[in-house]
Unconditional design. Structure first.
Length: 210
């Protein structure tokens, strides 16, 4: 088994937390990765043939939950999980060390650009302060459901686009969630404004981005 690393960015101190996963990720035990500042942690557990991940977000500070296939976790050179509210910003990255280091550097550049745009000195300056979940953005349950479906289809080779390069981004729209290929721009939109509507797509066995 190749060496797989996991990384997330602490929403409090802004540092990247990095750990080697290996076979422990599939042992079924809870693995908790803590930042050295002691103010954040990510949880990883393998259950029922899936890997469950809970990781704090550097932008909204919420702990986002993801369920992915072990093949995505352990076999990709690089795999990222995005913030449901700002999909362009990664909440967690996993993969081989070299590719992961490059991705961490790229994410640091994204956040630096974002801070500069808001004339902010630190992440805390752009994180929501006195807003409830409804004021921040739409129901994240919809995002989680659609993301789970797409990642499952992707792992099975049943989510495709014209360029065929793979891993897709997710964007909120007024009517639901759009899946977009960052390389060729092809997209597929899920019309889902409620968790029930999102669950209705779970019977799909294939999607083709156009």
């Amino acid at each position: 088994m190749k060496e797989t690393y996991f990384s997330y960015r602490c929403p409090d101190c802004g540092d990247s937390v990095l750990a080697l996963m290996g076979k422990f990720a599939l042992s079924g035990d809870l693995l908790r990765l803590r930042c050295s500042c002691g103010k954040s942690a990510a949880d990883i557990r393998a259950q029922g043939g899936k890997v469950n991940i809970s990781v704090p977000c550097p932008l909204c500070k919420k702990a986002h939950a993801y369920t992915i296939a072990p093949t995505l976790f352990l076999e990709r050179e690089l795999f990222t999980l995005g913030c449901p509210y700002s999909p362009d910003i990664a909440t967690a990255l996993m993969g081989e060390r070299e590719a992961l280091n490059a991705a961490i550097e790229k994410e640091s550049e994204k956040l630096s650009t974002l801070l500069s745009a808001f004339e902010a000195d630190s992440l805390s300056d752009i994180q929501p302060q006195d807003m409830n979940d409804e004021e921040i953005l739409p129901d994240p349950v919809i995002y989680d459901t659609i993301r789970f479906l797409v990642r499952e289809l992707e792992a099975e080779g049943k989510a495709t686009c014209p360029c065929g390069r793979g891993s897709y981004d997710f964007r909120f729209t007024d009517d639901g969630i759009q899946v977009v290929c960052p390389d060729c721009g092809a997209s597929y939109e899920f019309i889902a404004t409620s968790p029930e509507a999102a669950n209705g797509y779970l019977t799909l066995d294939e999607i083709r981005l156009k």
